[in-house]
Design a protein around this ligand. Structure first.
Ligand SMILES: Nc1ncnc2c1ncn2[C@@H]1O[C@H](COP(=O)(O)OP(=O)(O)OP(=O)(O)O)[C@@H](O)[C@H]1O
Length: 292
């Protein structure tokens, strides 16, 4: 029998989680799995639980929540033989969407019965791990504002974005990718491992999560009247066609900016000094994917 631990973040997203115990009993194959549920008590708790589960030889550690929860679980699993499972119940669910996992909890739990695992890359900004995206500029400001709101969910992201947009000014960044430096006046700079932030906002539509490379995606300063068309391109996966967008790939990235203090990693805001350095650890995490 395989061992499986569910780590549930009770506050992630807007979805109610009371029914999960019944759904697990109904959908998970009891012939295949011995399983248990653990609830997080606060930030970072998921890392502690995941680390312990991996050390005890758990086969699949399932993060139940959004990208923040998945990030914390992954911190406890990198470089271990345990596979990260995902029941997406967050606000954006970027990694689950990238991996094309079902977004309905019942289906995601059912998939655990026959899911296969792949090895994915993980990235770090300084010492902090991220799986989907980390970025600075406008998106970092939005993630900071989002974290100060009372609720979570998609509409609070929209509120935070609109609230920041009208006063936001692009900044001059110096970006070094594998030793090559360029300066750019940018609205946002994103380091993408996965293709999207979440909610199908495709910042790097052709990103490959196992290619050993980070995608350095820049939205350059743009005239205000282009905002809607850029937002449209972000959500229909055609940003690569915009003249205000550029994307380069690399293994080592440094971002410098004299008047920037915010970044985010997998949507978690961080106030920090610049420059910041990004590195990638190829194929360092086992993650569940849809069976093919
Ligand atoms: N018991 C808890 N009480 C309060 N906060 C918690 C608890 N457990 C975890 N957290 C924190 O909840 C935060 C949000 O979780 P998560 O990112 O999974 O949800 P989300 O933001 O709604 O979804 P997404 O990241 O997909 O947008 C994380 O920063 C995590 O540290």
């Amino acid at each position: 029998m395989r061992k499986l631990v569910f780590i549930i973040n009770p506050i992630a997203g807007n979805g109610k989680k009371d029914h999960l115990l019944n759904t697990i009993q109904e959908k998970l194959d009891g012939q295949k799995f011995r399983w248990e549920i653990q609830y997080t008590k606060g930030p970072k708790d998921a890392t502690r639980i995941a680390k312990l589960a991996a050390a005890q030889g758990t086969d699949i550690v399932v993060a139940v929540g959004g990208d923040g929860t998945i990030n914390e679980v992954a911190q406890g699993l990198v470089d271990s033989p345990a596979c990260l499972g995902i029941v997406p119940m967050g606000s954006g669910n970027g990694l689950a969407r990238h991996l094309q996992l079902p977004l309905q909890p019942e289906k995601a739990i059912g998939l655990l019965n026959q899911a296969s695992c792949i090895q994915m890359d993980t990235c770090r900004v300084g010492k902090r791990l991220f799986l989907c995206t980390s970025g600075t500029g406008f998106e970092a400001k939005v993630s900071y504002t989002f974290s100060t709101l009372n609720g979570r969910g998609l509409w609070n992201y929209v509120r935070a974005s609109l609230g920041e947009y009208f006063n936001y000014r692009p900044k001059l960044y110096t970006i070094t990718i594998d030793g090559k430096t360029h300066k750019i006046n940018a609205f946002s700079v994103t380091i993408a491992n996965a293709c999207q932030y979440g909610n199908n906002a495709f910042i790097s539509p052709s990103a490959n999560i196992s290619d050993g490379l980070m995608d350095v995606c820049v939205i350059k300063a743009f005239p205000k009247f282009k905002a809607l068309s850029l937002a449209y391109r972000l959500f229909n996966g055609t940003l690569e066609k915009s003249p205000y967008y550029q994307c380069q790939r690399g293994k080592k990235v440094r971002i410098e900016c004299t008047d920037e203090h915010y970044l985010h990693y997998d949507g978690e805001p961080l106030k920090t000094d610049f420059p910041v350095d990004y590195t990638i650890q190829p194929k360092s995490l086992k993650v569940m994917c849809s069976a093919h």
